[in-house]
Design a protein around this ligand. Structure first.
Ligand code: 6PG
Length: 245
């Protein structure tokens, strides 16, 4: 495991550009090496402008979308047209605007029973990777909540201690909602993991996650440590303000 790379951007818009550039570079490397780019996207507000950039003139033509497979690191258990759905966010900002085959879009069925949806999503990964071993996605994009959660791995959640499953259902008290989430074994097997963190409200949590004592049950983002891949933290100066040099 190599150390995470923390890249600090001067402001939010520079951060979004850095994330879009990284996406394009990872896509072209993966397609050159393996003929496809398998990426898991995150929900939340932070990545929205990145998806919009990727859909725009400056970036869309730099990606061979016919070879991109889109997964979701977590999903809210709501129907796909619900404004809270991560699929809905990505569809509106990105997927409707680029030439990606519908069969390359792998969404969690948030409208179904969460346990069935989690099992089905694991099967969908198994079908694409045609292997029993934990698959290595090319890139998993993650956010971090100001309580230290990532994907839908919230403080104290059983999903944090899941040893074997790749995808699980998790009820999250603080948001009173069922979620379906990638587990630590699946996330940590990725070739690349990139956290995107923006804004002063996350500064104290970012310091604790990156520089505080290891207590993943309290600070779930700490459990993300790639076994072979490379981890990047793309953060803006406001979020990085409390980091020790
Ligand atoms: C979700 C996410 C979640 C998100 C963080 C940060 O579905 O909510 O995938 O893990 O990344 O909550 O969200 P913000 O970018 O909105 O702060």
């Amino acid at each position: 495991m190599s150390n995470p790379i923390v890249q600090i951007s001067a402001d939010a818009s520079t951060l979004y550009t850095a994330a879009a550039e990284q996406f394009v570079a990872r896509a072209s490397d993966a397609i050159a090496a393996r003929g496809r780019f398998v990426v898991a996207l995150s929900g939340g507000n932070t990545p929205r402008p990145v998806y919009q950039l990727l859909a725009g003139d400056a970036y869309a033509a730099r990606v061979d979308w016919s070879r991109v497979h889109i997964f979701f690191g977590d999903e809210r258990c709501v129907p796909p047209d619900d404004a809270r759905s991560n699929y809905h966010l990505v569809r509106e900002t990105l997927l409707e605007r680029v030439h990606i085959p519908a069969s390359n879009i792998h969404r969690v069925r948030g409208e179904d029973d969460p346990f069935i949806a989690a099992l089905a999503y694991e099967q969908e990964l198994r079908a694409l990777f045609r292997a029993e071993a934990v698959p290595a996605l090319d890139l998993i994009l993650l956010g971090m909540g100001d309580n230290g959660h990532t994907a839908s791995l919230f403080p104290g959640a059983a999903a944090l201690r899941e040893p074997t499953r790749w995808v699980v259902a998790q009820y999250v008290e603080v948001v009173s909602m069922w979620r379906v989430t990638f587990t630590p074994p699946l996330i940590n097997a990725a070739r690349g993991i990139t956290f995107l963190v923006e804004g002063a409200a996350k500064a104290e949590m970012l310091r604790r996650v990156l520089q505080g004592p290891y207590q993943p049950d309290v600070l779930p983002a700490q459990i993300i440590q790639p076994t072979h891949g490379q981890m990047h933290w793309l953060v803006d100066a406001a979020a990085a303000a409390k980091l020790e040099p």
